[in-house]
Write a protein that binds this ligand. Structure first.
Ligand SMILES: Nc1nc2c(c(=O)[nH]1)N[C@H]1C(S)=C(S)[C@@H](COP(=O)(O)O)O[C@H]1N2
Ligand SMILES: [Mo]
Length: 365
């Protein structure tokens, strides 16, 4: 397997490389090993040398900066944070089941993974540059050129200045205690906890402080929430908002959908993830298609910007199909939407409907 991933990754595309782990691989530990961490790319993965690399900080700042990796290590306090990344296209397969979404990969639950990221705070670097009063957004520009963009361009995106100045947003050079692998953005990437994965720009080489959001294709055109009847290629700037903060979501990871198990006791496990500034407080599991519910146990979390793994024990009757359904609440009392039908959008983003899985049991022996 290329890019140091497990052999059993579900590879949606080799070029650009887009792959997710089998769901059970995520259920085993609150931190995802690099070999299992999903990889989402819009162009070829650049192989860059850390010692020849520099980051520019420009735009609405008093002191534009150019910093090397060793400058960052020397001049700013290091910071390590466990953060879950989730692609806005996570669980798109459930939306495609409602209505076709041509040209977009049918991601399942695995476009979500958690790692410990080490780097420096973006806020510290921005403070050194001195944002001007007019600063409202911070844009990131990467090295990789995406042929999928119209016109083809380097990958980029932006976040509001208030988020960029928050202590959890990182410029990271390490993942789970090891140097960042090429597929995950080496030598330096942005980590924006609580936001869709698309804003955590890999191979970042320029940070620009602006009055407006980035006009990069992946901010201004793609990764927007468009009404169902719009053509994404023709939608104007007002057709729908750019996605930022992530929505409350969950998944059933084990047993896998369509698995056949022996009758008797089994443990169902999964993840739940709340968005920006929110926390998962309750997860329910139904074993009869949503008629009756029990509360799942919430496992300890590796950090306040991560998913919440959960599990529930149940007993499977012989020779039946069990319809599992899960649903999560956050601390505002918000509950996931019931089905993907009302959520359908032309690019298939943010399917956060109740996850379902059918488990077959063999006859008693
Ligand atoms: N430069 C660059 N950064 C990028 C992307 C990309 O294609 N190029 N993909 C984005 C998307 S959509 C996601 S979901 C995350 C995925 O991060 P990962 O590949 O490390 O899992 O990276 C984001 N950053
Ligand atoms: Mo993504």
């Amino acid at each position: 397997m290329r890019w140091d991933k497990r052999d059993d990754m579900l590879v949606h595309e080799w070029e650009p490389f887009n792959a997710e782990p089998p769901p059970a691989a995520l259920a085993d530990a609150p931190l995802t090993p690099v070999e299992a961490f999903y990889s989402r790319n819009h162009g070829p993965i650049p192989q860059l040398e850390g010692d020849r690399w520099s980051l520019g900080v420009t735009g609405l700042v008093e002191r534009p900066l150019t910093v090397s990796l060793s400058d960052l290590r020397r001049d700013f306090a290091p910071c390590t944070l466990a953060v879950t990344l989730q692609c806005a296209g996570n669980r798109r397969a459930g939306m495609i089941a409602v209505r076709a979404i041509p040209g977009e990969d049918p991601w399942r639950d695995g476009a979500t993974s958690t790692a410990e990221w080490t780097g420096v705070r973006l806020a510290d670097v921005l403070a050194a540059a001195g944002p001007a009063d007019a600063a409202r957004h911070v844009a990131f520009e990467a090295v990789d050129v995406s042929p999928l963009a119209d016109p083809p361009q380097r990958y980029g995106g932006s976040i509001p200045i208030a988020k960029a100045m928050a202590p959890e947003v990182l410029l990271a050079w390490a993942m789970n205690g090891r140097p960042l692998p090429a597929a995950h953005g080496a030598p330096l990437r942005v980590i924006v906890p609580g936001y869709i994965g698309a804003r955590s720009v890999k191979w970042v080489r320029r940070v620009t402080v602006r009055a407006e959001p980035s006009d990069n294709y992946f901010q201004a055109v793609a990764y927007r929430l468009l009404p169902p009847d719009t053509d994404p290629d023709r939608a104007g700037p007002d057709a729908g908002p750019s996605l930022g903060p992530i929505a409350l979501n969950s998944a059933i990871l084990r047993p896998a959908d369509d698995a056949t198990l022996p009758p008797g006791p089994t443990t169902v496990s999964g993840y739940a993830l709340a968005g920006e500034n929110r926390r998962v407080v309750r997860v329910d599991l139904s074993a009869d298609g949503g008629r009756n519910w029990r509360q799942a146990a919430l496992d300890p979390r590796p950090g306040s910007y991560t998913w919440q793994l959960w599990h529930a024990d149940l007993t499977l009757a012989p020779a039946t199909d069990t319809e599992l359904v899960a649903r999560a609440w956050d601390d505002t009392g918000a509950l996931q939407p019931t089905s993907a039908e009302s959520l359908w959008n032309p690019m298939g983003y943010v399917n956060n409907s109740w996850p379902r899985a059918t488990i077959h049991t063999s006859a008693a022996t």
